[in-house]
Every structure is written in C-alpha cells, then in structure tokens.
Design a protein around this ligand. Structure first.
Ligand code: FUB
Length: 342
C-alpha cells in the first residue's frame, strides 16, 4: 500500500548539482535508511518524515515523525514497494514524540524493530517491537529497553550469533546529557564543551538471547586516530555525532557514523565489535540537507550504501532515501563517494 502524500520538488532542488542516484520512493518522505536482506529480498527500515509545522532548531524538534513505513525491493534498481504503516506512535504506550531512525534484526523466527522515541518526560529512549513478518505490523513492548537512552539504534549480528546494539547521538539526540550516567535535563544542548578532551562516544552493548534486553552494561565505542589517540571534542570533521552503523568485511569490524554539524559519513576500523576503532576516512561527502545517515549492506556479492538527501523537497526535515554502490580499494579502505556531479 502507499499513501498519497506526493512531495513536490522546489526551485532549490532543481538548482542543485546533479545527484548520482534517484530517490527510491517519491510518494512519501523517507530518511535514515537501515537496509537488510531477508530471504533474498531487500528491506529498508527508514524514518517517515512529515511536515509537522514545527520551526527548525538545533534540538531537531522539526523532526516530529509519527510512524514507520517499511520499503522492499527484489533487487537494486527494481520496483520499490511501500508496505504502509508498520508501527504507529499511538501504539507505543510509553512514547511522547519524535520517532527517529530505526533498525531491525531477525532472530528466533522473529523480526525485532528497534526505535528511538522521546518518552512522556521528553527523554529519548530506545524501544523494541516484534513481528513474524519483515514488513510488520510490529507490536511494541510495553516499556523501553531497560538502561537505554539517546537515539539511532543499529543492531549488528556477528558470525558467532551474538547481536550488538550501537546507539547514541549528541545535540538533539541528548547523549551529552548522560555523561554522569543519569539524565541531566538542564545539561548541554550540544556536546561536553571540552574541545581538547576525548569526544563523547557512541555506545555499544550486547543484546540478550531474547533480543529484548541489554545483556551487559553499556560500553563506549572508542574511536582513535592513526597514533592511537582518542578523537577530541573539537575535531568536528572526524568525531562521532550520530547515525551508527556496523558491518564486517574480511574479518574486520567497520564502525561508520555521521559527523553531524560537518555533515560527513565517516568510518573507523577495529578487530572486535567493541573496538577500539581507528579512524580511516570519509565514506560520503556532505549531501543536501543538514542531516546525513546511512547503512551499508552486501547484496549478491556487491556492497551498497543506503543514504538520504533532500532532493525532492529542498527541506532538511523532508528527506528521501537513496542507494549507490560502495567500492573498496584492495587494502579494504572505502572509496569516498560524492553524491553529486557538477
Ligand atoms: O531522522 C531524525 C534524526 O536525524 C536521526 O535520528 C538522525 O540520525 C538524523 O538523521
């Protein structure tokens, strides 16, 4: 099913440099695509952007999404199907506002949809909803995952069967307000404010066998430079901001993320799902719109990056998901992608 909500291109979009890829769907606005292959079919779990009429601010209040739609396609370049509403905010008992970037995992014959949403106290938590179908409908657990906080869950299942959640985001994602382990409602709106100290880290935690709980205390995802020194708060071009993703290639763990206010998709490589990860470079240069968010997946022997920009609307909060091939050099490093040609 599809909803009639046809976005219109405006003059800002038509004046822009030529994108290398087309929006995968133009009947609804979509962002933050987490792509997976289940039973040979490609499924995309995006945010569903809407015009909520809320003014733009650094807190991200204008991203006031209320449900999720799942997209699928048989192959890259094939027809894209919108499977309609898979989970609505009104069916999440503890939710307040803002359904942000989700991800999904499959285990024990069940699909688990992980999602960040602000609770009724306006604090971001991470919830989980289950379904026997990759396209839902999903039923939310009555409470958020115990011990969860902040945004952008990404779940990676390793070859040994263990699943890990990577999560967190600074600024509107509230990660900086958890520095003491307790939420500080009047804490910083941006980061730690200490430019010469190690930057705030994304978080990683192993999930329980039932996929509904954290199996251990949450750990920091350490990102270090080529000399083994932690990236610093002031290093806005390289430090973690939001939008974690993990993939494994040739036995190495590739942690990738958005640098937020500098708009890069960057990556760092490690020898374990817990890191530490050594910063390696930029996967994608800035796209149109303030946010940049991605996933990386292998499909029929080729690697792809799913991402978003604002080609259809020219508005930062009304995005559209896209896909392009991800290429590597023989040493495993990733070739930087420019999403536009001049
Ligand atoms: O879509 C809302 C937020 O914008 C996501 O959670 C962030 O990663 C950014 O893309």
């Amino acid at each position: 099913t599809t909803t009639a909500e046809a976005p219109k291109a405006d003059s800002a979009a038509s004046a822009a440099p030529k994108p290398i890829s087309k929006p995968l769907i133009s009947t609804i606005y979509t962002a933050d695509p987490s792509a997976h292959v289940f039973n040979g079919k490609i499924y995309i779990y995006p945010s569903h952007d809407i015009e909520a009429g809320i003014p733009e601010n650094d807190n991200g209040d204008h991203f006031a999404m209320r449900d999720y739609h799942i997209l699928s396609m048989d192959s890259i370049g094939g027809k894209v199907t919108d499977h309609g509403v898979a989970l609505d905010i009104k069916d999440i008992p503890w939710a307040g506002r803002q359904l942000w970037a989700p991800d999904v995992a499959f285990k024990n014959g069940t699909y688990y949809l992980y999602f960040p949403v602000k609770d009724k106290q306006d604090v971001f938590r991470i919830g989980v909803a289950t379904s026997t179908s990759p396209t839902g409908p999903f039923k939310a657990q009555p409470k958020p995952i115990e011990g969860s906080f902040s945004i952008d869950p990404a779940v990676f299942t390793d070859t040994d069967g263990n699943s890990y959640m990577y999560f967190g985001g600074i600024w509107g994602g509230q990660l900086q307000r958890w520095a003491t382990g307790k939420y500080e409602a009047n804490g910083s709106k941006t980061d730690s404010g200490k430019n010469n100290e190690p930057a705030l880290s994304a978080k990683v935690v192993r999930l329980s066998k039932d996929m509904l709980h954290f199996a251990e205390p949450v750990k920091d995802v350490k990102i270090v430079d080529e000399n083994g020194k932690p990236l610093l708060t002031g290093d806005h071009d390289r430090r973690f901001f939001e939008g974690s993703w993990m993939h494994k290639y040739n036995g190495k763990y590739y942690f990738s993320y958005s640098t937020g206010d500098t708009h890069f998709l960057a990556y760092a490589v490690g020898d374990s799902p817990y890191g530490p990860f050594t910063y390696k470079g930029v996967i994608m240069n800035p796209v149109q719109g303030w946010t940049t968010h991605h996933s990386i997946v292998e499909i029929k022997g080729k690697w792809y990056i799913f991402y978003h920009d604002t080609e259809l609307s020219g508005k930062t909060w009304l995005r559209n998901v896209k896909v392009t091939e991800l290429k590597r050099k023989p040493d495993g490093t990733i070739e930087t992608i420019d999403a536009y040609v001049k």
